[in-house]
Design a protein around this ligand. Sequence first.
Ligand SMILES: *Cc1c(COP(=O)(O)O)cnc(C)c1O
Length: 429
Amino acid sequence: MHHFLYRDNYMFCEDVSVSEIAGQVGTPFYLYSHATLRHHFLTFEKAFEDVPSLICFSAKSNSNLAVLRLFAGLGGGLDIVSGGELFRGLQAGIPPDRIVFSGVGKREDEIAYALESGILMFNVESLQELESVNQCAARLDKKAPIALRVNPDVDPKTHPYISTGLKENKFGLDMKSAAEAYKSAAALPHVEVIGISCHIGSQVTDVAPFIDALHRIKELIRSLETFGISISYLDLGGGLGITYDQEAPPHPNEYGKAVLEALGDSAFTLILEPGRVIVGNAGILVTQVLYTKSGEEKDFVIVDAAMNDLVRPALYKAFHAIERVVRDQEETIRADVVGPICESGDFLAKDRDIPRVEVGDLLAVMSAGAYGFTMSSNYNSRPRVPEVMVKGDQFHVVRARESYEDLIKGESIPPFLSAFAEDDGLARG
Ligand SMILES: *Cc1c(COP(=O)(O)O)cnc(C)c1O
């Protein structure tokens, strides 16, 4: 479900014409629908309303302040993986006691920042990290609330780069070491064991791997109880997939039902860390056709957005539907939709049947709300594009387009290069 729909062949985001926004902010830009974000968040939350639960939106999927603020207003928490994401969450008004901190490589300054902020819990991924958290908490005279992230060794059958719950993945502690690690944690004076967490992967389109993981975790919890360790928070991570193309992932209701059934009677507070399923289809990337080129084998449509703006096709061969903002042609062509970057991997779509387009046409790259802007970069010294949010008949630029000045912010020329040296080998007149 999303609010990017056509009215008389013009694409609208809610009640605003996408062409009109393009006219005002220029291209490319990311466009998010407030109604869609809100609907997705509430639908997901409702699926778990029968048990004590907390929805900690995964900041890395879309960390714009306006997006985080919207979820904060709906009672949402946040799943963070860095100090920077903690800063964003706090700036957006997410209460610290609704923030969980995941990630395999938390630095000491990040741990201290999170402790001082009073976050809900650290999802600790190794024994060394556990030690670090304990020491840091000791220095600050605090007790760090922790969960251990365990790796349930289930195959989520997703792209290998976004699968995280297999033995060979770098994430979490394997099931065998986990019980021992819990015993070590329970013995640490500045750590308080409150939870258990896992996250099996992303863009998972079947409930079975989630349920397998949950059963394994419940088993582990039972054995922990025999050592006198009790768990209050069970964090099942994120990972529920969306439809980019033909995928048919379970609806959040179906996912919630299956999880609650497998959970059975329990006194846990369930934590979920959805990212993509909330924001993915709530955003698009709008781009303009710069040139078209007919090759011998196929056509090329060269647009002003590139892999630095949306890296998913280049990185994962991900599919994003390409739609016209104004539908005025029925004839289709087979083409690669490519950006201006000097890399053959710079494409948004490959060998795709798309409507014939002309220079100046606007295209919408669909399902770009998750891992779109957050993964963008300045490669080729391209300023990052603006983000725009629509609510009803209004739109607001929620992140300005970067300028050339922004590109060199923080850079400086050292004194030994400030004048051209005489021996630089260049002849000067
Ligand atoms: C990336 C990530 C998520 C979110 O994954 P989605 O597939 O976007 O739902 C949740 N938890 C952790 C620990 C993550 O690394």
